[in-house]
Write a protein that binds this ligand. Structure first.
Ligand SMILES: Nc1ncnc2c1ncn2[C@@H]1O[C@H](COP(=O)(O)OP(=O)(O)O)[C@@H](O)[C@H]1O
Ligand SMILES: O=C(O)C1=C[C@@H](OP(=O)(O)O)[C@@H](O)[C@H](O)C1
Ligand SMILES: [Mg+2]
Length: 178
């Protein structure tokens, strides 16, 4: 069984499920540093995710995402909010499986309610973002299901409650580090 102190915790799941929001709070609870892969990519590239997609395309973004993930693997005690597509590359799983992977799973209606006015996610800048979310979830569901921990989230769940549920589940998945 993995030990918490030697690893990183990764949050995976769809756009809008709350990886960035919950990850920051979870890191504080665990006493870990918080890292958001999208944020690292934007800082390194000096431009937004939208601009990277527009200038270089999705595949170039995916390469940057894999590079960031590989760099993070040199560290431990990180809570990492990943981008929703990190699960797509099989190569990325060699890093993810080294840590504890938590799937934050919200219904498409919840994602849509949160992202209806969002302009920062290039994959949703089209005429039918709800359909896009459904299609993307259908493509990725089996990949997210490879996570160690599956947390189902409904519209009423506050980030603090989600963190409490994760904290309650972690001891069942890992050796204690005290
Ligand atoms: N549990 C929650 N309840 C209500 N709003 C939330 C919750 N989690 C996240 N949000 C909001 O939903 C949007 C997307 O959250 P974010 O953390 O960026 O998701 P992700 O990183 O998974 O794409 C943000 O506006 C955030 O404030
Ligand atoms: O699901 C995806 O393919 C993406 C999710 C985004 O991150 P969030 O999951 O934090 O929204 C971001 O990496 C990019 O827009 C692509
Ligand atoms: Mg995010």
């Amino acid at each position: 069984m993995k030990e918490l102190k030697g690893i990183n915790v990764f949050l995976v799941g769809m756009m809008g499920t709350g990886k960035t929001t919950v990850g920051d709070l979870l890191a504080r609870q665990l006493g870990y540093s918080f890292v958001d892969t999208d944020n690292v990519i934007e800082k390194a590239a000096g431009k937004s995710i939208n601009q990277i997609f527009a200038d270089e395309g999705e595949e170039a973004f995916r390469q940057l995402e894999s590079e960031v993930l590989s760099h993070l693997s040199a560290h431990t005690r990180l809570t990492v909010a990943t981008g929703g597509g990190i699960v797509l590359k099989r190569f990325n799983w060699s890093y993810l499986h080294h840590g504890l992977v938590i799937w934050l799973d919200s219904p498409v209606e919840v994602l849509m309610a949160r992202l209806q006015n969002d302009t920062t996610r290039p994959l949703l800048q089209n005429d039918n973002p709800a359909q896009a979310l459904q299609t993307i979830l259908d493509q990725r569901r089996n990949l997210y299901a490879e996570a160690d921990l599956h947390i189902q989230i409904s519209a009423e769940d506050r980030p603090e409650q989600i963190v409490s549920r994760i904290m309650a589940e972690i001891p069942h998945k890992l050796k204690s580090d005290d």
